[in-house]
Ligand binder design. Structure first.
Ligand code: ATP
Length: 223
């Protein structure tokens, strides 16, 4: 099933009197169960692609579909609901709240969602090998541990789509491969669509597809 579809997407930004065409007529379809890498030079529009895919910013023209639902026909509230239910984000800056212990990061989410997912939480933390970190603050965790907690947070709501912006940027090779293995496993075993922006060529073997953003266009890289 198509998780994310871009139809003739463009995204322009104004820079002084100049218009920069960051995305030019981008067409792509990413399916459930696929683990896809987005590569490309700095400033080529990878983060722009990811934030449009997750409904965080709107394109200048074209249509974006999340699980078959076109976004532009939804109200801001409906878009927010879809995003909250269907999309998990792992952003460049760690999305951990610095003054909350790991466990309380999840409690906060339960409170916001008026839900209690503690059974699923235990399972998730166990699966990611971070259950023993529950009582620690983010600053007491290594980069790899912080990133695994960030992944657990992104997965906590069981989203069908996971968007990750350089999730391994601060990690050494061993930890980076570990994180990518977790993402690959989530895509396959939980049938999630996972899109990862990365500069790290060592990780590409683990992905089902590699797309390159260059000169405003997104093209499949043949391996
Ligand atoms: N809100 C904005 N306003 C104006 N220009 C923007 C905005 N967001 C992005 N841009 C411009 O769009 C271009 C693409 O930015 P983007 O962050 O998507 O690239 P990127 O490929 O993710 O870069 P990097 O690899 O360095 O993170 C850049 O030239 C950037 O300056």
């Amino acid at each position: 099933m198509s998780a994310i579809t871009f139809k003739n997407i463009t995204r322009d930004f104004k820079d002084g009197g100049r218009t920069i065409h960051v995305l030019k007529d981008t067409n792509v379809e990413i399916n459930s169960g696929e683990f896809v890498a987005i590569v490309g030079p700095s400033g080529s529009g990878k983060s722009t692609f990811l934030t449009i895919a997750g409904g965080l910013q709107t394109p200048t023209s074209g249509e974006v579909y999340i699980n078959g639902q076109e976004l532009s026909v939804l109200s801001e509230k409906e878009r927010e609901k879809l995003r909250l239910n269907e999309v998990g984000f792992i952003l460049q800056a760690s999305n951990l709240v610095p003054f909350l212990k790991v466990n309380d990061q999840f409690n906060l989410f339960d409170r916001i969602m008026k839900d209690d997912r503690s059974d699923y939480r235990d399972e998730l933390l166990e699966q990611l090998g971070i259950k023993e970190l529950s009582n620690k603050y983010p600053e007491d965790l290594s980069g790899g541990e912080q990133q695994r907690v960030a992944i657990a947070k992104a997965l906590y709501n069981d989203p069908t789509i996971l968007l990750a912006d350089e999730p391994t940027a601060s990690l050494d090779t061993e930890r980076a491969l570990e994180v990518v293995d977790i993402l690959a496993k989530e895509a396959k075993e939980q049938d999630k669509a996972i899109i990862m922006v990365t500069h790290d060529k060592r990780l590409l073997d683990k992905c089902d597809r590699v797309l390159e953003m260059k000169d405003g266009e997104l093209n499949e890289v043949e391996e």
